[in-house]
Design a protein around this ligand. Sequence first.
Ligand code: QV4
Ligand code: CA
Length: 506
Amino acid sequence: MKLLLLLVAVGLCSAQYNPNTKAGRTSIVHLFEWNWGDIAAECERYLAPNGFGGVQISPPNENIIVTNPNRPWYERYQPVSYKLCTRSGNEQQFRDMVTRCNNVGVYIYVDTIINHMCGSGGGSGTHSTCGSSFNAGSRDFPAVPYSSLDFNDGKCRTGSGEIENYGDANQVRNCQLVGLLDLALEKDYVRGKVADYLNNLISIGVAGFRLDAAKHMWPGDIKAITDRLANLNTKWFPGGTRPFIFQEVIDLGGESISVNEYFGVGRVTEFKYGAKLGTAIRKWNGEKLSYLKNWGEGWGFMPSNRALVFIDNHDNQRGHGAGGSSILTFFDARLYKMGVGFMLAHPYGFTRVMSSFSWPRNIVNGRDVNDWMGPSSSSVSINGDGTCGNGWVCEHRWRQIKNMVSFRNVVDGQAFTNWWDNGSNQVAFGRGNRGFIILNNDDWNLDVTVNTGLPAGTYCDVISGQKEGSRCTGKQIGVGSDGSARFQISNNDEDPFVAIHVDARL
Ligand code: QV4
Ligand code: CA
């Protein structure tokens, strides 16, 4: 009876939409391909003091070692077992990272690959990151263990065994995504193995999961697995806290599968967000920033409280996944900062900031032939000025982005207010009486007096500089007793936008 009640309670209590970030922290950062030791250090020295809520980490479970091409980043999306050892570190280092980050209130969100194992052409042997043996051809993964009975081969009806038509939901979920061996998640045994893996991570102290390739899993199978998950570790989280779940479903419209099939389990990635914002900021297809007045659900996006939003992710910043060429990345730094600034100021969705490694992009016939490259260095070095070295871009450390992460924390819970636009690409909006942002993406200067909604005072622009002690290293903005302020932004400014908030009042 007790057990039954418990099961019912777990089933009903599905608050897996709550990111579980500490109060006052409203964004996470994806530290793509960082190693566990560097993440632990970053939590302590940078993320906690700057108000970041958490880190999405690269997959921590054992994967196949790909040597042709040489150690691509994407080998980590080809599991061999659920042992915690990868090029980011071993289990001990993983545990140490979770403990150290949790202890400073920055939580860990694990990228989990549960739709599939490695590619069908992965061969056999022990060329895997913990040395576990496997045989892709015979579907044998003894370190889990999975055998041929645990895969979807019998269920897929395409000639190639792969997904051939995204208009057919059965193919998308029962066939192989680019040849990756597709798990039979309707099987109790497989669900149990996956749940054991996630529960192990929960017991170590993680706060939630990105479910990779969720589009390729039946929502009912995902639900059956998440219903088996334990509450978060009470060493760091209140009793009864559910893991945060966000599902990777790329839905730009026009396919058989839609994001709303997944709302029963948790949040879902909103891929329209970065694609459309990129289009507007690039001024493609006749788009203008003034059209962003009803940004969010008004643009056909999913409900805000179901959305996980981002400007770019590890796939679409290099032409994988979806979104297309409109996606803004660090390669277009000036536009990118505007995009991230807009996202972090705007109330829609739960926000994720991207932090990348650089690579020698080489577009041949419209495709980046270097899109596979992993980081050139296994560890992140920090320069004297706080930027990163060794090819690590560290967008999250860019002053403009770091300060907008704080902005979002400061305006948390405030309404979207005081929209202004010039009918073109100069726009502004506030967040109640806590913060205000104004952008000039036109090819001429902006000079306007608008209502900010803020209390009177002199504010420090957190884009051109920031408040340091009692001084401001950037532009200063005077807000009158009626809340109005004059802004001047040259279209040639290094960053053609200004953001002020009540914690940056002088
Ligand atoms: C190739 C052929 C297959 C052949 C196979 C033989 O294409 O036809 O059967 O070899 O084994 C890599 C290679 C790919 C290769 C495959 C299997 O790029 O050419 O297939 O491995 O060996 C990442 C990369 C993929 C990579 C994969 C596994 O993006 O290129 O594939 O990792 O290493 C859709 C999905 C969405 C997905 C997105 C990329 O709906 O879910 O595509 N996004 C997530 C992750 C993404 C990851 C995966 C899913 C898979 O964000 O990073 O793919 O886990 O939109
Ligand atoms: Ca599948």
